[in-house]
Design a protein around this ligand. Sequence first.
Ligand code: ADP
Ligand code: MG
Length: 292
Amino acid sequence: ATPTSIMAGSGRAAELGILFKGGEHLESAHRLTTVVLDKTGTITHGKPVLTNVKLENRWDAGELLSWIGAAERHSEHPLAEAIVEGIKERGIALPAASHFEAIPGHGVRATVEGHELLVGTRKLMTEEGVDASALLADMTGLEEAGRTAMLVAVDGRLAGLLAVADTIRETSREAVARLKAMGIEVVMITGDNERTARAIAKEAGVDRVLAEVLPEGKAAEVKKLQQSGAIVAMVGDGINDAPALATADVGIAIGGGTDVAIEAADVTLMRGDLNGIADAILMSRKTMANIK
Ligand code: ADP
Ligand code: MG
């Protein structure tokens, strides 16, 4: 492409809120065969809300919720924020945690008022030797409805179940349909569990799902797609997504996402609307077609 056509293309893209970091990305976008979309904060708003609380009556509900809030207050995860907000809204004050540990892709561990709290996935409970069987049917039901459910254990014993709901962006379904109509394969990637992931993917019209991918695994999944011959765009908003954004042929960050993601990406969608992906590819196709 000539410098002039690249400049013109970049300018038109910028008017749509699509910022290319360099002309080379505008050139490469027309070759994309596959678009990988992060779930939380990319397909969805990433602002989950606490919707379900089910606690074993072994504990005083207010006290147990205060411990959970005390543990999650130290986590930077959007799920943690939803849990803390939901607990505070119930008028519960949060005590201090004396120990806190984030377990990436799995949950949190904390010590609060002398009790060891665990909040997170089934796998976390299994690894910590907690028998979660009493709440697994409830958990599965919530996941089939597209909610993210998390188990709670106190001192090594199952104590409850929490669920949060995160809604898909109004524009995600249309954006996915446009990509598919352009002959591009769309894949969703998430650390969340398979059932929740499938429910959200179905709402968004995405057919292929990579779920329960650990934070460090996203880049490896992108590499695998590339090795099978795909030219891949990765679209994400989180710190977790940064290595995958850097690995992809074109990394696309969501404006309003974390700075780390924006820095790792080649393109930023300022409007938080996934339609920008199809627009960017069309812009690239036009720019490259102009070059004779
Ligand atoms: P995503 O890719 O959707 O952002 P993560 O890889 O960060 O997901 O997390 C995967 C799963 O680990 C979450 O769906 C949740 O079940 C659990 N998890 C992560 N962080 C927390 C937390 N602070 N509290 C409870 N559970 C958590
Ligand atoms: Mg995300």
